[in-house]
Design a binder for this molecule. Structure first.
Ligand SMILES: Nc1ncnc2c1ncn2[C@@H]1O[C@H](COP(=O)(O)OP(=O)(O)OP(=O)(O)O)[C@@H](O)[C@H]1O
Ligand SMILES: [Mg+2]
Length: 226
């Protein structure tokens, strides 16, 4: 379970102070598929970064599977991210251009010190799962946007994460490719992984179990799926 209590995030530069999040309290159950919506600048990415241990709240507490991590150091957060396994998927795919599909997925495993033989098996398995076994040797530029995003999902999945954070994963995709990525995330959620997905699509959000609407850094409403 993930639990935010009165979490705020202030960004300070020499000139100005911006309130990224303003008193967020939110509990996310294990195996939940949660959507986050709201206008540009309302704090969606800030919230995901805090949930994913990429960034720290300025105040409030964050219970991450039972540990209060709000005051953790950078090193503690990195260690925890590694043990729990958190998969990230971004709007812009963020694949490495000079590495082929299999190698892009492999990076996540090398980072974790997984031996080569195990890496090969896990890469083959995860590429099968996202329907891209036949593209393992392709370079990212040789793939459609939807295929690139499926590689990014494979890279997130290969470490068998408990939690996947997706920041507008279908934002750069046409309807058909967006649908394919959405179906893939639904399958992953059905397999027991917690998914938190930022989206601008009402239709995709309605397929999550719950939608949280943000405005100016706070939660305005929460809808349960019909
Ligand atoms: N590193 C930063 N430094 C200063 N201000 C920031 C930083 N990151 C975000 N902000 C500010 O915090 C607020 C929330 O930003 P955030 O990126 O979370 O919005 P968002 O909801 O993800 O928007 P979008 O839909 O455009 O991606 C904005 O006002 C933004 O300008
Ligand atoms: Mg954003």
């Amino acid at each position: 379970m993930l639990k935010l209590e009165n979490v705020s995030k202030v960004y300070r530069t020499t000139e100005v102070q911006t309130l990224g999040l303003d008193g967020i309290s939110l509990t996310i159950q294990d195996n939940e598929f949660l959507a986050i919506m709201g206008p540009s600048g309302c704090g969606k990415s800030t919230l995901l970064n805090i949930l994913g241990l990429i960034d720290q709240p300025s105040s409030g507490s964050y219970w991450f599977y039972g540990e209060d991590v709000a005051r953790y150091t950078e090193a503690q957060l990195t260690a925890l991210r590694r043990t729990v396994g958190i998969g990230f998927v971004f709007q812009s795919f963020n694949l490495i251009d000079d590495l082929n599909v299999a190698e892009n997925v492999e990076v996540a495993l090398i980072y974790r010190g997984i031996p080569a033989g195990v890496r090969r098996k896990r890469i083959a398995h995860v590429l099968e799962r996202v329907g891209l076994s036949h593209r393992a040797k392709h370079m990212p530029q040789q793939l459609s946007g939807g295929q690139q995003q499926r590689v990014a999902v494979a890279r997130a999945l290969v470490c068998e994460p408990k939690l996947i954070l997706a920041d507008e994963p279908t934002g750069n995709l046409d309807t058909a490719n967006g649908e394919a990525v959405m179906e893939l995330l639904e399958q992953v959620a059905a397999g027991g992984t917690t998914i938190i997905m930022v989206t601008h699509s009402e239709i995709f959000a309605a397929r999550a179990q719950r939608t949280v609407h943000l405005l100016d850094g706070h939660i305005v409403t929460q809808d349960l799926a019909a």
